[in-house]
Design a protein around this ligand. Structure first.
Ligand code: ZN
Length: 196
């Protein structure tokens, strides 16, 4: 298992057909997830295009995420986490924390993505909207969105299969001002493993 340290990010290469298993080690940790086509960082897994492709806002096992060019890139093939994930919220960034009252720098998923990609010698042209694994953002009264603690349990996981060669990146979300990562608001680490 590869560690995604608390409040930090990690990126890896995936070959077509490989699977990455993402484990919610402590149970309440949201993991922002991105995927970029190998060799072209301008093509990336797109939540707005994927919602069109799958016909829902919360993906279920068997659903395939697509890129901004509508090519399949990742398929959700296992999920024992309770099935609650988010495709609506942007990654947290320094400005999000400023609007929440932070006056000093706060760790954030957008910067974690950039740092994780830089470790592979890569850079994204911008921060795509992530697949927020384990994040619980229900639609209330058919329109409002609420931030609620995850429903996932310790050690539960999802598995994603690569449909093309790609780079996947994860951020153990450092949100500690809202119950995104549980009522205790204590971000933790998470883990992933790659298999053929
Ligand atoms: Zn975040």
């Amino acid at each position: 298992m590869i560690d995604i340290p608390a409040r930090r990010g990690k990126a890896v290469h995936l070959r077509r057909g490989q699977t990455v298993k993402v484990v919610n080690t402590a149970g309440q940790q949201v993991v922002d997830t991105w995927a970029f086509a190998a060799g072209d960082m301008a093509e990336f897994m797109s939540m707005e295009h994927s919602r069109v492709a799958i016909g829902r806002i919360i993906p279920t096992v068997g659903d395939t995420f697509v890129t901004n060019r509508r090519r399949p890139i990742l398929t959700l093939i296992e999920d024992n986490s309770g099935g609650i994930h988010d495709t609506l919220f942007a990654a947290c960034d320094r400005w999000r924390y400023e609007t929440l009252g932070c006056t000093e720098y706060h760790d954030n998923c957008a910067d974690n993505l950039a740092t994780a990609l830089a470790a592979l010698g890569l850079a994204a042209p911008h921060t795509p909207s992530p697949l927020n694994l384990f994040m619980n953002i229900p639609i209330v009264d058919g329109n409002r969105v609420e931030v609620r603690p995850p429903v996932s349990t310790p050690g539960s996981h999802v598995a994603l299969r690569a449909e093309i060669d790609c780079v996947v990146a994860f951020s153990a979300c450092p949100q500690d001002l809202l119950p995104v990562n549980g009522r205790a608001m204590q971000p933790t680490h998470a883990h992933f493993a790659i298999s053929d």
